[in-house]
Design a protein around this ligand. Structure first.
Ligand SMILES: NC(=O)c1ccc[n+]([C@@H]2O[C@H](COP(=O)([O-])OP(=O)(O)OC[C@H]3O[C@@H](n4cnc5c(N)ncnc54)[C@H](OP(=O)(O)O)[C@@H]3O)[C@@H](O)[C@H]2O)c1
Length: 253
């Protein structure tokens, strides 16, 4: 299983992917480090993202946790560093510790994940370096327009996680998506990824299937019309598939 994991990551890098999204909470940072080395892609071409785990936030182990991540990844800087969740009563302190590492030159871009508007407002009140990116759940069943607008107004780029809604049946069977996919001779998933990109969102997609890894990056040879983007926008039913940061158990995540 571990070999497949490394090989898939190498395959993706060798087929044009340059952003790796990871978290210390996922537990296998050393495999990402292995894949980066094995790919022979120059380190400076790869955007490595990793995140502060909730357990490190609870124990205040931000600085040590960061250096452990760098060691496991086998790198001397992290491109994009975020906290994984805005853990209540911890995340502002966590962000300040992350800022110190940024100011010391170990991090190129500071980001956050799973922040609602109120979390961002609290961070913006106390930070010296505003977050450049907020990563949260976005897909056609859950378009998150108000939060995206808030981020974009504050010059915070949006990364969409679970961008395909984990291939949810309600999207695979959706008539609008089927029709648009047919028109461009693309898959529904490619249409969804293109919808993200044309909405100014960075989709963070996951696949362990080699064909789908290639499919998911083969979305730059067609352009959706404004009307098609609006039709996909209107699929929204506010269906959140992952955890709500205002209503979850951070100790279990
Ligand atoms: N910050 C956070 O709290 C957070 C939370 C969740 C996720 N994330 C990040 O976001 C990434 C993606 O999120 P996710 O895994 O939840 O959701 P996702 O990317 O929407 O869905 C992944 C699922 O879709 C399938 N899939 C991928 N491409 C496909 C295609 N072209 N056609 C059909 N099926 C396809 C994959 O199956 P196959 O493998 O079989 O292709 C996999 O089961 C994660 O890997 C992680 O890096 C971050």
């Amino acid at each position: 299983m571990f070999r497949k994991y490394v090989n898939n990551c190498v395959f993706a890098l060798q087929h044009g992917y340059r952003l790796i999204d990871y978290s210390s909470a996922y537990g296998f940072e050393h495999l990402i480090g292995k894949a980066i080395k094995k790919s022979k892609i120059p380190r400076e071409e790869i955007i490595i993202t990793t995140r502060v785990s909730n357990s490190d936030q609870f124990s205040g182990n931000i600085r040590n946790g960061f250096f452990q991540s760098m060691k496991k990844l086998g790198v001397s800087y992290i491109d994009l560093y975020m906290f994984h969740w805005p853990v209540t009563n911890c995340y502002l302190e966590t962000y300040k510790e992350m800022e110190k590492l940024y100011q010391e030159g170990y991090i190129k871009i500071l980001g956050v994940a799973n922040c609602h508007q109120h979390h961002l407002e609290e961070i913006l009140k106390v930070c010296n370096v505003p977050p450049a990116i907020n990563q949260f759940e976005v897909h056609p069943l859950f378009t998150q327009k108000p939060l995206i607008k808030f981020c974009q107004d504050k010059h915070i780029a949006v990364e969409a996680y679970t961008p395909l809604a984990r291939n949810d049946d309600r999207l695979r069977r959706n008539r609008v998506l089927q029709e648009i996919a047919e028109k461009y001779n693309k898959t529904i998933q490619q249409v969804i990824l293109k919808w993200h990109v044309q909405n100014g969102i960075i989709p963070i997609v996951r696949s362990s299937n080699l064909k789908r890894i290639i499919d998911n990056i083969s979305i730059f040879d067609f352009v959706l019309s404004k009307e098609e983007i609006q039709r996909i926008d209107s699929i929204n039913i506010n269906s959140r598939l992952r955890y709500d940061p205002d209503n979850c158990d951070f100790t279990a995540l």
